[in-house]
Design a protein around this ligand. Structure first.
Ligand code: SAH
Length: 390
């Protein structure tokens, strides 16, 4: 008779003990005889190891979520877990109305993403076990946040690996096409239904504010999306150029500039590599540059190509920096590790023949917690560099 407990191999138990919550199919010693949902887990000797999300079709069959085996994953459990995650962000309430409330494994809630945009929430349920608990999650989120509406952006490709359909649907209330976000005094419209990620790139909030303190003269925002860095830079710079390959993103950048009464923004629809090369050929110089490309390495196999891309972009950006100019450069590729990124920017600095000073190394903000024992929770790296030329 099959039991409701999932048994993991001793290798799997070791992995859990090291602080990583994932159990792969090869480390599942005995499958539980229950559908997707929370299950108790045990090691081969029957030692209880707590609770995990059970995903029968996924390669990641179990994700541990609770170490206490005497716990019960019910509404009260969800209430405590979500309240804890939300409380971690309390200090952000005074500077923004948009932030990530739950960053999956980083918040001890595997496969769950919840982003708040003002009075609305956008959730991603990225495991079959979460889908099975959808009603209680939505109910508790509503109770804790008083959200006017909750949208599921369940269009992430990883849903397929869980045997789940892709869909974008309202789970509670109503959710508008656009939501006004206030970020440290700059406002922009996020697009929860159609925008990248869940509507905006919340993870760069603090980096935008950091770079803004250096804004002066001519500023450049490469891979601008809807102008997020550009809007902050416009507070201190005389002029800002925003470059992106997407016409619709730039359309929103223009609207966002108007919303902030900024008339010093020029939007350029171009491939970033070409723009940087051509600007250098024209002899242009910028006092401050933001370089925030999309993830160039989508998987392990594309790391080498991605590193060439990062090197090229950074080299070209460094050549455009005026003496004393500041460059903020980022990588959001999970597969490009911190040392790899530092190495590649180092190579670019060497080739640029400019004395590039490392002013700051940045990671993820407090609403995107990166757990040291779970590398998958970390992806964003940033460097603030100064051109030390006189
Ligand atoms: N800096 C933005 C986020 C950038 S996301 C923020 O803080 O909100 C990456 C952006 O790069 C997207 O808007 C995408 O349209 C753009 N992009 C992707 N490939 C590009 C390319 N080759 N040239 C220019 N823009 C590109």
């Amino acid at each position: 008779m099959s039991s409701s407990v999932a048994v993991v191999s001793s290798r799997g138990a070791k992995r859990l003990a090291s602080g990583h919550p994932w159990i792969f199919r090869s480390d599942l010693a005995e499958a539980p005889g229950v559908p997707a949902g929370p299950v108790r887990i045990a090691d081969p000797r029957g030692q209880p190891l707590g609770w995990a999300w059970w995903s029968p079709t996924s390669e990641i069959v179990l994700r541990r979520v609770e170490r206490r085996s005497d716990a019960v994953i019910d509404r009260a459990w969800w209430r405590a877990a979500l309240a804890h995650a939300i409380a971690r962000r309390a200090s952000l309430a005074s500077v923004t109305n948009a932030c990530r409330l739950v960053h999956g494994e980083g918040d001890g809630l595997p496969a769950l993403v919840v982003d708040r945009y003002d009075r609305w929430l956008v959730v991603q349920l990225l495991s079959a076990a979460l889908e099975a608990q959808r009603a209680v999650i939505v109910d508790v989120l509503q109770e804790l946040t008083g959200a006017a509406g909750i949208l599921a952006r369940n269009d992430a490709p990883v849903r397929a690996r869980e045997g789940l359909p892709k869909s974008v649907e309202v789970l509670a209330g109503g959710v508008p096409e656009e939501v006004e976000v206030d970020e440290h005094g700059v406002t922009y419209l996020a697009a929860p239904w159609t925008g990248q990620k869940t509507g905006a790139f919340l993870d760069q909030r603090e980096n935008r504010v950091m770079l803004r303190t250096h804004a002066r003269g001519r500023a450049l925002d490469v891979f601008s999306y809807h102008g997020s860095f550009a809007l902050h830079l416009a507070r201190g710079a005389e002029s800002v150029v925003a470059v992106d390959a997407s016409a619709s993103a730039l359309e929103r950048a223009r609207a966002n500039a108007a919303r902030n009464r900024i008339d010093t923004l020029t939007c350029v629809e171009a491939d970033a590599f070409d723009y940087l090369r051509d600007a250098a050929a024209r002899g242009e110089r910028f006092d401050v540059i933001a370089l925030d490309p999309p993830a160039l390495a989508k998987n392990r196999g594309s790391i080498a190509g991605a590193l060439r891309g990062y090197k090229e972009l950074n080299l070209r950006a460094m050549r455009l920096l005026a003496p004393g100019g500041m460059l903020f450069t980022a990588s959001c590729s999970y597969h490009v590790t911190k040392p790899m990124f530092l190495d590649v920017v180092h190579d670019a600095a060497a080739d640029s023949q400019r004395p590039m000073i490392l002013r700051a190394l940045t990671g993820q903000p407090l609403d995107h917690p990166e757990l040291l024992t779970i590398p998958e929770t970390g992806y964003l790296k940033g460097l603030l560099l100064e051109n030390g030329e006189a």
